[in-house]
Design a protein around this ligand. Structure first.
Ligand code: NAP
Ligand code: ZN
Ligand code: ZN
Length: 352
């Protein structure tokens, strides 16, 4: 075991604070990574504050990890010491079920292991600890190649916000000529806008924050709609092929489902603490509309997304923070005041 340190929550009400713990030594298939940057996802906040009723403390969050490889096990083939590497939301799965075989490890029927707050297969009785820390040890299968063409700090959010928006846009085959909505301009939403634009769709951003309209256009939106304005919303009735809804709070879904065309789909990726009001089913039935969900993406698709981003020069728009500002950043995230992803500079841990 190797000593390391990071930031952890000790309860649902305590702020994140410095925490010392141990990582396993790399086994034959493992990779040890010195973490350089870690993005701050709204899921970190939901988990730390036990909004999903599954938190085990102490809890070290963080699943948008980019760093440099410091050691590789003797069976590791695809990576070497010194390479840049990424780790997203998953660090293990059974590798044998139908979902794992299909490259959809996020749906592993025998239980995927999340990067934090999951029982750790390698350390029985312990939970996994995430990327708000100096270093991590991960099986090669769950490590991603990071291109040196892109700013590594701005790549970190691709590991969750990127794949969570890329995957449903690909699954529902968003393409040029379609009209696509993205709801919420936060960490996920701003990546959704970038990908939808890159796939050639006519992209409409729905926001509750009028002050984000200019940014949305710069990020690739063709139109911006203030979702609190019913007249603006009505202009788009029955017109969308696909809507990606990234909102992290309960809200009325009907005002979006009624904007879908016949056979259109709205995919939810936000996981609010409390349920949405029950949607109007007639809204779905009478136009054969679909309400769907999507969870991050498998390892193969995550690498495909990273390669797509390297080829097209796509990264997240970030605000870099020192580790010590994490609690303040959570408060700002709750006020929708993120442009558009906080990324922790792990060098700051040395200054704790
Ligand atoms: P975020 O950065 O906080 O962005 C959420 C955005 O939603 C806000 O910026 C805001 O955009 C909008 N919003 C917030 N409160 C709202 C309200 N009451 N009504 C309407 N809009 C509201 O969060 P994120 O990191 O993008 O995560 C979004 C959600 O996705 C979270 O619930 C997170 O846990 C979940 N998530 C899911 C997956 C998955 O695999 N399915 C993966 C990662 C994250 P505007 O200011 O533009 O309105
Ligand atoms: Zn996330
Ligand atoms: Zn499996």
């Amino acid at each position: 075991m190797t000593k390391t340190s990071g930031y952890a929550a000790q309860s649902k009400t305590s702020p994140l604070a410095p925490f010392d713990f141990e990582r396993r030594d790399p086994g034959p298939k493992d990779i040890a990574i010195e973490i350089l940057f870690c993005g701050v996802c709204h899921s970190d906040l939901h988990t730390v504050r036990n909004e999903w009723n599954n938190a085990v403390y102490p809890l070290v969050p963080g699943h948008e990890i980019v760093g440099r490889i410091t050691a590789v096990g003797k069976e590791v083939k695809a990576f070497k010491v010194g390479d840049m590497a990424g780790v997203g939301c998953l660090v293990d799965s059974c590798r044998d079920c139908i979902d794992c075989r299909d490259g959809l490890e996020q749906f592993c029927v025998n239980g995927m292991v999340f990067t934090y707050n999951s029982p750790d297969k390698h350390l029985p009785g312990k939970m996994t600890y995430g990327g708000y820390s100096r270093h991590i040890v991960v099986d090669e299968h769950f490590v991603l190649h990071i291109s040196d063409k892109l700013n590594p700090a701005a790549v970190a959010p691709l590991l969750c916000a990127g794949i969570t928006t890329y995957s449903p846009l690909r699954h529902w085959k968003v393409t040029a000529g379609q009209k696509v909505g993205v709801v919420g301009l936060g960490g996920l939403g701003h990546m959704g806008v970038k990908f939808s634009h890159a796939f050639g769709a006519h992209t409409v951003l729905f926001t509750t924050s009028p002050g984000k309209a200019e940014d949305a256009k710069r990020l690739g939106a063709d139109e911006v709609v203030i979702s609190k304005n019913p007249d603006e919303m009505k202009r788009h009735l029955n017109s969308f092929d696909f809507i990606l809804n990234t909102v992290a709070a309960p809200h009325n879904l009907d005002s979006f489902t009624e904007l879908l065309k016949r056979d259109g789909t709205m995919c939810l990726v936000g996981v609010p603490e409390h349920p949405h009001p029950t949607p109007n089913i007639a809204n779905l039935i009478f136009r054969r509309r679909q309400l769907a969900g999507s969870l991050i993406g498998g390892l193969k698709e995550t690498q495909e997304m990273l390669d797509f981003c390297a080829e097209h020069g796509i990264v997240s728009d970030i605000e870099m923070i020192p580790m010590q500002k994490i609690n303040e950043s959570y408060e700002r995230m709750l006020k929708s005041d993120v442009k558009y992803r906080f990324v922790i500079d792990m060098a700051s841990l040395g200054r704790s």
